[in-house]
Each structure stands twice: as C-alpha cells, then as structure tokens.
Design a protein around this ligand. Sequence first.
Ligand SMILES: Nc1nc2c(c(=O)[nH]1)N[C@H]1C(S)=C(S)[C@@H](COP(=O)(O)OP(=O)(O)OC[C@H]3O[C@@H](n4cnc5c(=O)[nH]c(N)nc54)[C@H](O)[C@@H]3O)O[C@H]1N2
Ligand SMILES: Nc1nc2c(c(=O)[nH]1)N[C@H]1C(S)=C(S)[C@@H](COP(=O)(O)OP(=O)(O)OC[C@H]3O[C@@H](n4cnc5c(=O)[nH]c(N)nc54)[C@H](O)[C@@H]3O)O[C@H]1N2
Ligand code: SF4
Ligand SMILES: [Mo]
Length: 681
Amino acid sequence: MKRTVCTYCGVGCEIGFDPVEEKVIPLKEGVVSKGKLCIKGNFGHEYINHESRIRGTLVRKSFLQSFGLSPENFEEHDENFVRVPYSLAYDLTAKKLKEIKEKYGRHSFAAIGGARTNCESAYLFQKFTREVMESPNVDNCARICHAPSLRGLKETVGEGAATAPFDEIYNAELIVVIGSNTTEAHPIVSHRIIEQVRKGAELTVIDVREIGLFRFAKHKLLIPFDSNLLVLNAIARVIVERELYDKEFIEKRTVGFEEFRKELLNDNLSKPETFKKLPGYEHLFKAIPELARDIARKKTVFLWGLGVTEHTDGSKAVMAIANLALLTGNVGKPGTGLMPLRGQNNVQGACDVGMLPYYLPGYRKPKEIGLTTPEVIDAILEGKVRALWVMGEDIAHVHANQSKIHGALQKLDFLVVNELFPCEVTEFAHVVFGVKSCYEKTGVYINAERRLHLSEPLYTSELPDDWEVIAEVSKRLGKDFGFRTSEDVWNSLREEVPKKFGGADYKTLRENFLNAPQWPVIDGKGTKILHREKFSTEDGKGHLRFNPYKPQGMVKELLEKGEFSDFYLTTGRILLHYNNANQTGRCRTLNKFKLFKEDVVYASEEDRERLKNAKRVKLISPYGESAPLPVEFNRHIKKGTLFVSFHRAKSKVNFLFGDEADEFVKTAKFKSIKVKVEVVE
Ligand SMILES: Nc1nc2c(c(=O)[nH]1)N[C@H]1C(S)=C(S)[C@@H](COP(=O)(O)OP(=O)(O)OC[C@H]3O[C@@H](n4cnc5c(=O)[nH]c(N)nc54)[C@H](O)[C@@H]3O)O[C@H]1N2
Ligand SMILES: Nc1nc2c(c(=O)[nH]1)N[C@H]1C(S)=C(S)[C@@H](COP(=O)(O)OP(=O)(O)OC[C@H]3O[C@@H](n4cnc5c(=O)[nH]c(N)nc54)[C@H](O)[C@@H]3O)O[C@H]1N2
Ligand code: SF4
Ligand SMILES: [Mo]
C-alpha cells in the first residue's frame, strides 16, 4: 500500500492507495482523516490518466516564429500550439525572460501560484522571482481566499494560522461556525463538528443562508448580507457591557482593553438594537445576547471561511472574531481556538514559504514589497508588467473582474503557465509546461491546521515537477541552485526558516506521516496549540482591535429604506466540484452526478412568482453578466437573495464582479453583489 495525502481541500486527509486495484484505502490511524474521506478523497485521483492531460510542452506558434523557428518542424497540438521538447521550451523561456528584464527592468516580471503545488515548488518559485528575476512581485491564491485571515490574525495574535488542531473540536463545549459551508467545503471537519454536537456540545452557525450544519445548531444566526462585522461587534458589545469577559485572561494576556471598550461603547451601531431596524432580521436582537453569554461561559472554538474574508471588511471581521476569543479567554487552551478553514491543500504552505508580496519565507519582512495579483493586472494594463508566470491558478476564471483580466492577459508580452490540463489561462499562454500532479510526486503540503504532510507518489510519471521546470529555466539564466531532489529544496527552506521547519526533515515526516507534526517543528516535535503561554506578537500579548462597522450593501439599504431592491447574490462551492473543476471535472465517478454538470442558481421559494417560475436566468451586475444558468427554488435561502457556484468558466460568474475588495489585502468581494435577474427560459 502507498500513502499520500488528499490534495483538494485544506483539511489534508491521509489516504492509502492500492496501486494494483487503483483504489483508495482509508487510513484509520490518520490523525486528520481517522479513516474517513469525502467523495473527492475517494475518487478525486481519477483524472490522472485523462486524455486531455498536458503531457509535454505546448508553445504558441507565433512565439516560436519570433525566434526564427518554424512550427512545421514540430508536432501540431491544435491551431495555436505545437509540442516541443522540454529543453527547447526551457531555452526559449529563459531567453524571453532575459530579454524582457533587460528591456523593461526587473519589475516587469511577476509570478503567481503555489497554493495547489507542494511547498518545494512554491518556495523555489518565490526564490527564483526574488533572486534571479530580482522582482518582488510574487503572490498566491490566498489573495482571493484567506489573505484577510492572515492579516487579521497577525495583528491580533501575531501568527496568521489556525491556533489549534481540528481535534480540539472534540474538547469544545461550543463550536461557532461563521461563513463556512463546512459540510461541502471541509467535509471531514464538519464530520467532527457533528460528532461533537451528538456528544452534547453546542453549535452556532452564522451564515446568510441555511447551510447543511443549520440543522445541528442551537444558535441559528441567519444574518443579512454584508453584516459580519456588525454582528461580531454586537456580540463583543454584550460581552463588554454585561461584563461577561474573562478578567484574568484580559489582564495577563492582552493589551488595549480599555481603549477597545471605550471605542466599542461609543459606537451606537454595535448595539444589538440595530437589528430591530433591519426588517427580516429582527430575530438577531435576541439571538446575539444569548450567543454572547454562551461564548463567555463555554470553551469555544471559532471556525470561519470565505463568508467572512471575501468582503471589503474581511480583515476587520477576522480581527473581530479574534477579539471575541481574547475577551473570553478562548484561545491558547484545549477546547478553544481560532481556526480559519483555509481552502486549498497548500495555501497555508504557499504563504508560509514566502509566496506573498509582503513576506519572505517564515513571514520575515522583505526589503521591497511587491504587487498583489489585482495590482499585477493593473500594472500589465499600464505596460509595467510585461511577463507573467502562473503555476496552478486559473486567473482567467477565478479572479474578479474577468473582462479586465482577459484584456490584461491579451496584452502580455510573455505568459508562461504550468498546468495539468488546458483551462482558461492556458488559452492566453505563450508557453505551457505540462507537469506532474500531486499524486505523481514527492513533496510537503501544509494543511489548515499547520500540519506538514510529506506526500509520496502513487503513480510514476516522466513529467517534471513544477520546481524542476523553475530550476531548469533558472540554470539557463545563470543561476543553478544545485537542487537535485525535492528533499534538497525542502532542506534549503528548513535552513532559511529553522524556527518553523528546522525539525521537520523528510525522515521525520515520513516516519510520522500518520500523526504528522504541526509547525513550529523543533527537534522533530510539532506544536499542537499555539499561544499557550504568550502570543506571537512582538510584545507577546494579544491585541484587541476595535473596528467600527460601516453600513454597506444590503444593511445600508435596509437601514435607510427598510427594504432592498433587486437581488443580493453570493457565490461559493458545492461538495462534488473543486474550484475551477479542472481536476474534479475529469473524474469519472464525480461526473456521474448529472445534477452538477452546470453551476446552478439557488433562489428562494418565496421568489418563485417574482421570477416567473423560471428555469434559466441570466444574472446582470454593473460590471457584466453571467451566462444563462439553470435556477432552482428552495427554502434554505432567504427572499431576495441568491447563491451560485463558480466552478465552470463558461458560467461567467466572475464577470459579475468589479474591483471591490478587502481594504487591506485586496481579497475580492465574492460574497455579496447586487444583481438584476433576467428570465431566459
Ligand atoms: N467541495 C469543495 N471543497 C472545497 C473547495 C471547492 O471548490 N469545492 N474549495 C476549497 C477552497 S479554495 C476554499 S477557500 C474553501 C472555502 O470554503 P468555504 O469558506 O466554506 O466557502 P464557500 O462555499 O465559498 O462558502 C462560504 C459560506 O459563506 C456563506 N456566506 C456568504 N456570504 C456571507 C456573509 O456575508 N456572512 C456570513 N457569515 N456567511 C456568508 C455562504 O452561504 C457559504 O455557506 O473550500 C475548499 N474546499
Ligand atoms: N465567484 C467566486 N470566485 C472565486 C471564489 C468564490 O468563492 N467565488 N473563491 C476563490 C478562491 S477561495 C480560490 S482559492 C480560487 C481557486 O481558484 P484556482 O486556484 O484557479 O483553482 P484550483 O482548482 O484550486 O487550481 C488551479 C489550477 O491548478 C492546477 N493544478 C493542480 N495541481 C497542480 C500542480 O501540482 N501543479 C500545477 N502547476 N498546477 C496544478 C489545476 O489543474 C487547476 O487548473 O477561486 C476563487 N474564485
Ligand atoms: S475533506 Fe478535503 S482533504 Fe479530506 S478527502 Fe475531502 S477533499 Fe480531501
Ligand atoms: Mo480558496
């Protein structure tokens, strides 16, 4: 039996694999999976031998011609691309990058990726960009995902990562889930939540629609769109006003309480009475104080997702969650914790190893801060960024403001993409490197609880790993890093960040695969709970940070007019498919479910008449419109609101969004947009 880790969501379930039967075997001893896997864990490897897999290098014919080479001498892939040997593609890529750097300067290069690849590739990608291309412009998919969690936690507790393992759910008396559709997006965590509720713990769900976990919840907080910070501040206000807070913890472990208290009490909007003025949401006036009392009394874990981060005030809302934990002493102890449910298999790792424009590996400050992905797009349009290398991120599908992004990608002098399959972004590329998938290579992935899984191949493959492509191009640009194996790359990172990874050599990770350590790993031993004695801030204290809520979107309309016009749309995911569905869309078993062939718009049963019992609708925003999409009416979504998944590029969901984003870190506001609905059928 071979052992690896499921590389879809940030849960990071350990899996066994029978190479003869080509079957996944659940591993009971796995500390994360405990022998349970969701459907993607069981069947998500089926894409491996799919016929459309990119097995080689594709080079655009016009690009080849610009070097005086004739496409006719190579095998044709399609009307735009030919297949060339890797060595030639490495040569041409290096030549073009050199030419662009010499002509337009070092800032004309940017690199994006790393959240789906292993840590070795993400680490080398930023090292190559910073040291060889001498550009500070590196970013990864956390930009449109949990970058606000990193920011919010850094400011309050000093470390942008979950403070405790998923298993602390088993020690909690109260589990608070905010803006996370856990049953679909992190199924094995949701399994723990449900188990713990069955043992007597209480669950609170704070969401804009009735998600699967609602039926297990004691406190069901169905909240207005755009209101997270308002709700969280109101909970804090009850805790402060009624003196429910943990005085000893505040005194010993935090700073800023008096100021926080003053600012909070001065902010009239934070009174629970505000909800009496929001028609349809008056129930929150009573529910919030009840929840506040429970958080103060019980050992509580806080779990959150994109319903918190993908807003203009996402970072502030994360600080507001941290405030609740600090006020009530619910962090740094068993049964408590702050747990951002990070999304992709290695998005924690990509950030940890420095694939961010404002952090070097280990979150050290760089000399020069680079551009975030949305800023890179603007810089391309201004002619400042000329060459872009993308490693496993379908930026022509998954980012907001796609009309703008498509325009920018067309303008690039040079676009290199490392991919498994053709997708939206490869359409714009000059060079596409086919690379090994996670199940064909060796490397480390860091899950949402900071756990370091060393993944080993289930299948053999002749293709290069991402880091090998980068290393080959780098050599041709005059810098041989001297890495021969992925272990060499990992050891270089360990040397650079000894405080987190020093004790995590391959041998230790291999031997402890089923109970893999969580960083910081010193002397082979991991750290389950962070901040036990002191926080990771410079002064070792937890920092309370009050941010007043500014009325916006649905809340603003309800406060001003007592009603809102048109529809409020939120977007997200479904259990079967994963992000751009490039992999899940090519798995036999996952595609048996006809129901999920398309992105479906969910609307409220109460809007059936208003929407003329439609079968298909088009969504229209000030920025663009979606394709005509099937619509389904149900009772889990509130009147006047809509949900749609974004898995299929052809649905054009991300053409609906503009540049509105988190005010600190530019994470797109994917969780709320006002739309008009046109009935098509
Ligand atoms: N099956 C599957 N699993 C995945 C993925 C996938 O594509 N498919 N993707 C992975 C990735 S990259 C990520 S980041 C995670 C994401 O996992 P989640 O964070 O769970 O992501 P979403 O499905 O976008 O759902 C967010 C939830 O927020 C709610 N919501 C929307 N607006 C608001 C709001 O204003 N306030 C509150 N409180 N809630 C709101 C939505 O109703 C939804 O329940 O999942 C990972 N796991
Ligand atoms: N409307 C809307 N849009 C969203 C979101 C939303 O909630 N609403 N969520 C956003 C979020 S949270 C995220 S994380 C993004 C996700 O968006 P993406 O990052 O684009 O999606 P993924 O499917 O995770 O992976 C991207 C690509 O990586 C490739 N890949 C997989 N493994 C490897 C590998 O080992 N090497 C290389 N080179 N490539 C590989 C896959 O084939 C896939 O095409 O979408 C964002 N977009
Ligand atoms: S919960 Fe996540 S990591 Fe676990 S099997 Fe499902 S997709 Fe894979
Ligand atoms: Mo994500």
